[in-house]
Design a binder for this molecule. Structure first.
Ligand code: 3HC
Length: 323
């Protein structure tokens, strides 16, 4: 019997839910898809710090400031886990950063919208992190082990992100002034449609979904996750007395899901192509942060070099003494 080919071994592993690890053989296209998805996921986390970072100094109380600070810091950590997971596939951090800064790599379209009021902090936690959870929980079972491991930690923190956002809106909607309630409704009106676009284009227009499902990188399609998110979130909006800005939203007894209105895919692709309200500002801010942080990276690598040098000298001295 011939040795099962490497491809056969790979296929058998994926089919039997055995994680593919960095040192395992994998098809080049599988590797490329993972580098694309994981690096863009990492970019989304890092760029995703900017809209909320904008409000840390303007939080209405010390408690709210501390919560928002913790959340934004978490996102930075998520980016680092994901950059490290992508590096296990053979791409360097510098390459990924260059792809982001040159516009070659994408990040989630949602982060190209402005955060106009404090209620946006609630809407982002509730909707954006809520959508992220819907998309990331299945990724805890993605076929690439390093990605699944990163997701386990990310998802634990993501639940706090979603809860703190929804809690902020509960306070304003239930215990705030009518103006504050109106502020929350305005935030929902602006963030609802971009949040459901986060799940990606409709399955029929998604070039990657089918293959990613076969490789068990994705466990659900874009439309399946979008539907799950809508079904859960519409109820949450009702609970705090907010109205989802979709006149076609209607519970469908037969399907057990909400029917919803047409998504403006022209807006989506326009934002993805770089013409959203904040695309230029977001990338400029990231490039400036990268330049301003160069001295930290240089100092850290110089320090690591010195430590390696000292360790090597120590090892050489120990070997000489033992000889
Ligand atoms: N924003 C920008 N680009 C998007 C997009 C979005 N919301 N949705 C899809 N696209 C891009 C894809 O990247 C792809 O372009 P590419 O070939 O140049 O990469 C193209 O549109 C076609 O989309 P597909 O659906 O075929 O692509 P995927 O199979 O990769 O599915 C995805 C898209 C569902 C976003 C998938 O990549 C995924 O699950 N990624 C991991 C999760 C992720 O990145 N989430 C982003 C938000 S992270 C976040 O919110 C952090 C939170 O803490 C705030």
């Amino acid at each position: 019997m011939t040795e099962p080919s490497l491809q056969q071994q790979f296929d058998e592993k994926v089919a039997s839910e055995i994680a593919i690890e960095p040192r395992d053989w994998m098809p080049d296209d599988y590797r490329k898809t993972l580098i694309r998805q994981i690096s863009q996921h990492a970019h989304s986390e890092i760029v995703g710090m900017l809209p909320e970072g904008n409000w840390i100094t303007r939080a209405p109380s010390l408690r709210r400031k501390a919560v928002l600070l913790a959340k934004v810091q978490d996102e930075g950590g998520h980016g680092l886990y994901l950059y490290s997971a992508a590096e296990t596939l053979g791409i360097s951090r510098d390459e990924m950063i260059e792809q982001l800064h040159s516009g070659k790599a994408k990040y989630s379209s949602i982060f190209n919208y402005p955060t106009l009021t404090w209620a946006d902090m609630g809407a982002i936690g509730w909707l954006v992190d809520g959508a992220a959870i819907m998309n990331q929980v299945p990724l805890c079972r993605t076929s690439y082990g390093a990605y699944a491991t990163a997701m386990l930690k990310v998802c634990k923190e993501e639940s706090f992100h979603q809860r703190q956002g929804y809690d902020l809106l509960i306070q304003m909607c239930r215990h705030g002034t009518p103006e504050q309630k109106a502020m929350c409704q305005d935030a929902l009106n602006r963030w609802w449609w971009p949040s459901i676009m986060m799940f990606g284009p409709p399955d029929a227009d998604s070039p990657h979904t089918q293959q990613s499902m076969e490789w068990r990188i994705k466990r659900f399609t874009n439309d399946e996750l979008r539907q799950k998110f809508i079904d859960v979130t519409v109820e949450q909006a009702r609970l705090i007395g907010l109205t989802v800005p979709d006149p076609d939203l209607k519970w469908n007894e037969a399907t057990g899901h909400y029917d919803y209105g047409k998504i403006d895919w022209e807006e989506f692709w326009n934002v993805v192509k770089g013409n959203g309200p904040c695309n230029k500002q977001r990338l400029e801010t990231r490039k400036k942060a990268w330049e301003n942080g160069a001295w930290v990276r240089e100092a850290a690598s110089a320090y690591a070099g010195k430590r390696r040098q000292r360790q090597q000298e120590k090892n050489a001295a120990a070997e000489a003494a033992a000889a």
